[in-house]
Design a protein around this ligand. Structure first.
Ligand code: FES
Length: 590
């Protein structure tokens, strides 16, 4: 490896902190035994002694894995970051992180998000790293890396993996998740053949990259950019495109500059105002309900008081501006062509805080001024939105969800947002899936389907099963949406009148555990209420009779998770991971 002059600074925007002592020099500057060990072992990999002459060490946290197809191109992206680090006079140190592949991991990647965050946190703290570039993509990989990095609080830049090439089926564009849910219901209803379903399977995912609808991965990429942690445009650039490689290279250069300045640390970017901007952007893009969990957990890591009620309040006066599936029509490739997040920020500017800084030192206001909308049918203006204000994720409270629940209004049938119906209750999702195929199931289109024991503790791991398939008899009769309620999550690519994240969950003794078949459930989204028409005395009587389901002791990580996981209204982080623990580390004991 050859190194450019360590003293030649890259071009950059100004940072408030000019120069900081390099953390890595605590390992490499030592001329005794400790420094000898660190340097000599790295020289064994072919590094020259110049590697240790005061160059910033930039960690490249790579969630590439064969088991995470959405992140399959991240070794290539890491090479681009590495080029940037070297060009700016830094020393790149790529390392693997745990990787969470949505399509393969069971029972749910959410069971492992916090574990992956621990891997990132401890690796960053324990090693001679001055700044880090996070390479994530598939749904949980981005928030897990952010949470881990936030607890260490080094200068941090994010390069998300970018959306995959748009899907195609018989000449029509199709989107990950969203169109699959449509197709699978069509197959159940007998309106689509299995041969056509196979054809769709071959055409929907045509390159590495994350889901190209506005699912959780695209949502988290957009929010990472809105938070100021990713360079402008980074969320929307295609996974396979040259723009992504160029922005990865620039991010590597920037990380060197940030390491030299010791700033901005991630906590300096992740301010209260930055989270408020992210909440508004989430509403404007029709973002995933999962974003609520990830934003709350991330805010907890940097000790920013941010609650479900904040998310609701901030989303209320934001219209839907981006016309992407599942709430709209288009895919991420069109969002990139339309101008991506910078253009969206420009449109949304009157509703945003302008002062939060981004990783390159520019304010959000300055970045938003640079955005330009090129395709007006995809990114709309505040005066001509896709949907009016208050169609984003709403937060409900009531005697069925005292600590909150969420519903994505833009993906729901507006006629069902105010609804009263008879509860049809299932204790687990398998029981429901069997019953849904029963032609004699006692259910009608006005019924309210309830599945419980699918929360963080109950399942465990809070899987994405909340968008329950419509009972077959009703599906065949043409019913396409019903009110469904659970303590689970749903995929960000899903749609329907689906109430999720009910807290406390049933397994923690929440009222969801006490509801019976035939109880009347009242959903009133405009009033932000979800109630069951039972008086307090009856609820208490039922509570006295209720006993928690026996804990499924499987040992290992799952037991630790169940013991410590917080409820959905606190982001489902582990109680002992909340907060920033910094990057100080004891000297080596040699
Ligand atoms: Fe990985 Fe959708 S499955 S982002």
């Amino acid at each position: 490896m050859t190194f450019p002059n360590a003293q030649s600074p890259p071009q950059h925007h100004s940072h408030p902190h000019p120069v900081a002592p390099l953390r890595s020099q605590a390992w490499f500057a030592d001329r005794g035994k400790n420094g000898f060990i660190a340097r000599s072992h790295l020289r064994a990999t072919g590094l020259s002694s110049e590697a240790f002459d005061g160059r910033p060490v930039v960690g490249i946290a790579n969630s590439w894995s064969d088991l995470t197809p959405c992140n399959a191109h991240l070794r290539d992206i890491a090479e681009a970051v590495r080029r940037g680090v070297l060009a700016a006079g830094g020393l790149p140190m790529e390392f693997p992180t745990m990787s969470l592949g949505e399509p393969l991991m069971r029972p749910s990647t959410m069971l492992y998000r916090n574990l992956m965050s621990m891997d990132v946190e401890e690796t960053l703290r324990a090693n001679p790293i001055d700044a880090v570039v996070l390479l994530g993509g598939c749904d949980k990989t981005t928030p897990a890396q952010l949470m881990g990095a936030a607890s260490v609080d080094l200068p941090t830049v994010v390069v998300t993996g970018g959306p995959m090439v748009s899907g195609s089926f018989r000449g029509c564009p199709i989107g990950s998740g969203t169109d699959l849910w449509h197709f699978s219901e069509e197959v159940r209803a007998g309106r689509m053949t299995s041969a056509a379903f196979d054809e769709a399977e071959a055409g929907i995912h045509r390159s590495p990259g994350h889901c190209m609808t506005m699912g959780t991965a695209s949502t988290m990429a957009c929010l990472t950019e809105a938070l100021g942690l990713q360079l402008p445009g980074g969320a929307a650039y295609q996974a396979v495109g040259s723009s992504r490689r160029r922005i990865a290279e620039r991010s590597g250069q920037l990380a060197v500059q940030m390491a030299r300045a010791g700033a901005p640390r991630i906590s300096e970017v992740l301010t209260r105002d930055a989270f408020e901007n992210a909440a508004r952007v989430n509403a404007a893009i029709g973002g995933s309900t999962n974003a609520a969990l990830h934003l709350l957990a991330l805010a907890g890591r940097v000790d920013v008081g941010f609650s479900l009620s904040d998310l609701d309040r901030l989303a209320r006066d934001v219209p839907l501006l981006v016309d992407l599936k599942p709430s709209g029509t288009y895919l991420m490739a069109e969002f990139e062509e339309a101008g991506g997040v910078p253009a969206l920020l420009h449109e949304l500017l009157p509703l945003l805080h302008t002062e939060p800084i981004s990783v390159d030192g520019r304010t959000l206001g300055a970045l938003a001024q640079l955005g330009q909308t090129h395709r007006r049918e995809i990114i709309r203006s505040l005066d001509d939105p896709v949907m009016p204000a208050d169609t984003g994720t709403a937060v409900l409270h009531g005697n069925l969800c005292p600590q909150g629940a969420v519903i994505k209004q833009s993906a729901a049938d507006p006629a069902l947002l105010t609804h009263r119906g008879r509860a049809v209750v299932f204790d687990d999702v398998d029981a429901y899936l069997r019953a849904a195929e029963d032609p004699d199931l006692d259910v009608d289109a006005d019924s309210v389907l309830i599945v419980r024991n699918c929360g963080p503790r109950g399942y465990p791991g809070m899987p994405e099963i909340g968008n329950l398939p419509i009972p077959l008899r009703l599906l065949k009769a043409g019913v396409t949406d019903m009110v469904r309620i659970s303590d689970a999550r749903m995929s960000g690519t899903s749609f329907g009148t689906v109430v999720l994240h009910v807290a406390p969950e049933a397994a923690a003794g929440g009222p969801l555990a006490l509801i019976h078949d035939g109880d009347t459930v009242v959903l009133d989204v405009p009033a932000r209420r979800l109630d069951v028409e039972i008086d307090d005395d009856e609820l208490e009587r039922r509570r006295a009779e209720w006993s928690p389901p026996p804990p499924a002791h499987v040992g290992g990580w799952t037991d630790l998770y169940v013991e410590h996981v917080l409820q959905a209204d606190q982001g489902a982080d582990l109680d002992f991971l909340v907060g920033t623990r910094g990057h100080d580390v004891p000297r080596a004991p040699f």
